[in-house]
Write a protein that binds this ligand. Structure first.
Ligand code: A2P
Length: 310
């Protein structure tokens, strides 16, 4: 089983979780069941906007492992920032659960519910359809309320930059976010921001740790050389590097062999990587390879350092 780390409220989070973005509903049932029953995952990361919560819930039930042993995250979609409890209830009903372990603000920006993007949007050029009159601190207060009610065990953010945290959340928060789930991988390591998060007691969670479908991280020559040296797969190096640094990593796969290989490989690699290997991997992005893969149109407003939208 994946080791856990403690969140700032004492709740334990398994350091490796199964990602489910872009997992097709019919595939994700099998993937989640397999991950829990056969591969030892105890952490599933999902979101209302992925459109597959019902099937994730079905996979959890089919695994036969007690609910209390599994860490389940979902996320509040950006059209629902003013209706946290309603949106949470919908996710709980989809999943067939009566509480979540972690509930995140999916994007710290309010999208027009009547806009043209019920899910991941296709927007007219340059049109972001952002509602600018909703203060994020009110959403955070609503999250604190569902936490107090016991409907979730921890609350956090996703895609929140230092500016968003410093200006829009932390000054008003009674509860400091437990995590910030952001794009983190070999080519987008965000070292400075990770130091900032850790200094605030916020655990960084990595999405797209293998480069999602957009970057060939698995062929990276530094990662491949280190993998060969230790007799592990390149994916294991990419994930184990994050585990070794205390980053919760969320590799997505719907392929049973990869689901199993990712957790076993990551844990093995985390033990084998030397300080020198980690330093080398830390330096790869700075050799001209830095890239941000996930760039929805509204992201330019979020205040991340490397948001290279033209
Ligand atoms: P699949 O789901 O078909 O197995 P990320 O976690 O960065 O979002 O990356 C997910 C992508 O990487 C998916 O396309 C997934 O494919 C693929 N993938 C997951 N694990 C591995 C692996 N061990 N080796 C190669 N590709 C992988």
């Amino acid at each position: 089983l994946s080791p856990t780390i403690k969140l700032n409220n004492g709740v334990e989070i398994p350091i490796i979780g199964l990602g489910t973005w872009q997992s097709k509903p019919e595939e994700v049932i099998i993937a989640v069941e397999y991950a829990i029953k056969e591969a030892g995952y105890r952490h599933i990361d999902c979101a209302w906007a992925y459109g597959n919560e019902k099937e994730v819930g079905e996979g959890i039930r089919r695994s036969g492992v007690p609910r209390s042993e599994i860490f389940v995250t979902s996320k509040l979609w950006a059209t629902r920032l003013n209706d946290v409890e309603g949106a949470l209830d919908e996710s709980l009903a989809n999943l067939g659960l009566d509480y979540l372990d972690l509930y995140l603000i999916h994007w710290p920006i309010h999208l027009n519910p009547k806009g043209n993007h019920p899910n991941f949007p296709t927007l007219p050029n340059g049109h972001r359809d952002v509602v600018r009159d909703w203060p994020l601190r009110d959403t955070w207060a609503q999250l604190e309320a569902v936490l107090a009610k016991g409907k979730v065990r921890a609350i956090g953010v996703s895609n929140a930059s230092e500016r968003i945290l410093e200006e829009e959340i932390l000054p008003y928060a009674k509860v400091v976010p437990a995590v910030d789930q952001i794009e983190l991988h070999l080519y987008n390591p965000q070292h400075k921001f990770i130091r900032y998060l850790k200094s605030k007691g916020i655990v960084p969670q990595a999405y797209s740790p293998l480069g999602s479908t957009g970057a060939s991280l698995l062929q990276d020559e530094v990662a491949v050389a280190i993998a060969e040296k230790h007799g592990v797969a390149p994916a294991a190096v990419l994930l184990g590097w994050q585990v070794a640094k205390g980053i919760v990593t969320l590799p997505k796969s719907v392929t049973p062999e990869r689901i199993k290989a990712n957790i076993e490989g990551a844990l093995a690699a985390a033990k084998k990587l030397t300080a020198e290997d980690i330093e080398k991997l830390d330096g790869v992005a700075a050799t001209g390879k830095e890239v941000r893969l996930i760039q929805p149109p509204w992201g330019v407003d979020l205040g991340f350092d490397n948001w290279p939208v033209k």
